[in-house]
Ligand binder design. Sequence first.
Ligand SMILES: Nc1ncnc2c1ncn2[C@@H]1O[C@H](COP(=O)(O)OP(=O)(O)O)[C@@H](O)[C@H]1O
Ligand SMILES: [Mg+2]
Length: 361
Amino acid sequence: MSNKTGTPSTSTDLRDGYTEQQQQHYRKYLQQLKNEFNERWCKKPNANINFSDLERVRTLGTGAFGRVVLLRHSKQQKFYAMKVLEKEKIIKMKQVEHTLYEKRILEAIRFPFTVSMELSFKDNSYIYFIMPFVPGGEMFTHLRRMGKFEEPLAKFYASQVVLALEYLHYTNLVYRDLKPENILIDKNGYLKITDFGFCKVLQGRTWTLCGTPEYLAPELILSKGYGFSVDWWSFGVLLFEMNAGYPPFYANEPMKTYEKIVAGKYRCPSSFNPDLRDIVRNTLQVDITKRFGVMRNGVMDFKNHKWFKGIEWEAILNCRWPPPYVPKCKHPGDSTNFERYDEEPMKPASYCRFESEFFDF
Ligand SMILES: Nc1ncnc2c1ncn2[C@@H]1O[C@H](COP(=O)(O)OP(=O)(O)O)[C@@H](O)[C@H]1O
Ligand SMILES: [Mg+2]
């Protein structure tokens, strides 16, 4: 049987690390994915679902610009998650450009560990993004419930995040909001990264201050021009948090959190073994010339690190690695893995608001 990278492999050929030859081969696959991304980026997508067939079930999450609601398709037995953004709030928070990026990126990305979009539209007051529903809930919920992840589970999730960031960066996308709230678990136990609200196509460097305080990289806080390195820093924060149960840099006020981040000051719990400490130290590295992910060997510094010993990267990519944990999902529309939120009616205005600002949507 041939897998997604075109290299024949079976689940029995477990091997440590990743050879340069395998990586070269994999880069060809990434190049193909990038070409496909660019094609979709340039053309208008065809919608294959009809909005009138969708009925609202409940709210799955809320955010600064709106909410995400679960939808049921009345004809197919299918469920969708719809992100609803209020135009007025987007304007007030000066996020029109970011939201346009979010839409175009969601339309164009396709990777096993990222969500993508089926349909988008707008009305007088709102912008709507419709994606497949990921029923396992946020990594955040499971992490808080379990306290911390057992190491095999943390490794399993970390390996998928490495592959997802490698794909995004290869496609020139910087993600900028990696955290457990934005990582969903699918019914098969594998991850889907959601929320491309801060993601953008990166040419050279960028300066925008965005993200979530505990996950911000020092170079971003210090208003230096930055690049893909910020995502690897957030990955370091995530690695720490999955294994410890709490983030490495934390204070009551964001300013104090920032002081700790730029000083690179954190303490690993005694439960961290030497390999884990080593990978965390190299990822939460303030000096970007020494940070894993952006040095000469790129992502290979992760793929061949001792902490990932035993992980077979192609089995992960092809979802053939047995997941250490599978969330309970009783049926395709089961939303019990999501917290409860107050429901609010959506009332579009009787006239079109901010028509010119949202002309391109
Ligand atoms: N495709 C999806 N399936 C299931 N739940 C989702 C999906 N996309 C988003 N959510 C839920 O909605 C929440 C908010 O969505 P997100 O895109 O992160 O919005 P915000 O930009 O407001 O943070 C997520 O944290 C997640 O709980
Ligand atoms: Mg989010």
